[in-house]
Design a protein around this ligand. Structure first.
Ligand code: 13P
Length: 267
């Protein structure tokens, strides 16, 4: 549907030296400007300012997370400042101040290892949108959930928590500013990429869910990325699917040549 969008999630990787080398490799492989593709790279918070200052501007930078208070339950207070006495956290206000245009929220590693519930992810999305950040919100099921037939219950519940937090005023800008990344957990870092049929089925159901529960316009405009063992050799077949609007890449995004090839996969 929309403009193709490819993200590189660097996760908790990098030394000053390796980040410098990766930035240099990416700068030597700047994807074709005429390719209709938005690109973002997600270094750690520590490396973010260096990457923003040194990476070719064909690439956007993206934070891997931002903070919001878990017990911020009063809808009146969703947009209160989250800057303050929260040791060790980074707020959306800080990302806005640094002119970081994107933030990744609800990655499965944060959901499963670091306590990001559906509700917290919804609040983080609304709060980041309020501060003008474009958001990539990750959804996806475990192998067990896929096998016991609850894939769509899980994904729709994750989407509902986001839709609930973004009010009507925000829905008008949802399409271009909220990207959904479908990342089946069993495909992340396993080398076991979902089949084109599996990806197409989930993406089209996410789109129908958005049409029924948010709006037709949002459903049409929302870009849905696939993530999970995407690499330079399997990206071309996946990119052909009608409901795939891009990729979210982990391991292969740490290699400049591979990442450029994936960015150039859009037709
Ligand atoms: P891999 O590409 O390493 O499977 O990771 C996917 C991912 O989690 C991107 O956010």
């Amino acid at each position: 549907t929309g403009r193709f969008i490819v993200g590189g999630n660097w996760k908790c990787n990098g030394t000053r030296e390796s980040v410098k080398a990766l930035v240099e490799a990416l700068n030597k492989n700047v994807p074709n400007i005429e390719k209709n593709c938005d690109i973002y790279c997600c270094p750690t918070f520590l490396h973010l300012p260096y990457v923003k200052d040194n990476l070719n501007e064909r690439f956007n930078v993206c934070a891997q997370n931002s903070w919001v208070e878990a017990d911020l339950v009063d809808p009146e207070h969703h947009y209160d400042s989250t800057t303050g006495a929260f040791t060790g956290e980074i707020s959306a206000e800080m990302l806005e101040d640094l002119q970081v245009p994107f933030v990744l929220l609800g990655h499965s590693e944060r959901r499963t290892l670091l306590g990001d519930t559906d509700e917290i992810v919804g609040k983080k999305v609304a709060h980041a949108r309020y501060h003008g950040l474009s958001v990539v919100v990750c959804v996806g099921e475990t192998l067990e959930e896929r096998e016991n037939g609850t894939t769509f219950d899980v994904i729709f519940k994750q989407l509902k928590a986001v839709a609930k937090e973004i009010d009507d005023r925000e829905h008008s800008s949802w399409g271009s500013s909220v990207v959904i990344a479908y990342e089946p957990i069993w495909a992340i870092g396993t080398g076991k990429v979902a089949t084109p049929e599996q990806v197409q089925e989930v993406h089209s159901k996410i789109r129908s869910w958005l049409a029924e529960n948010v709006s037709e316009d949002v459903a049409k405009a929302t870009r849905i990325q696939y993530g999970g063992s995407v690499n330079a050799s399997n990206c071309a077949d996946l990119a052909k699917l009608s409901d795939i609007d891009g990729f979210l890449v982990g391991g292969a995004s740490l290699n400049g040549d591979d990442f450029a090839a994936i960015c150039n996969a859009s037709s």
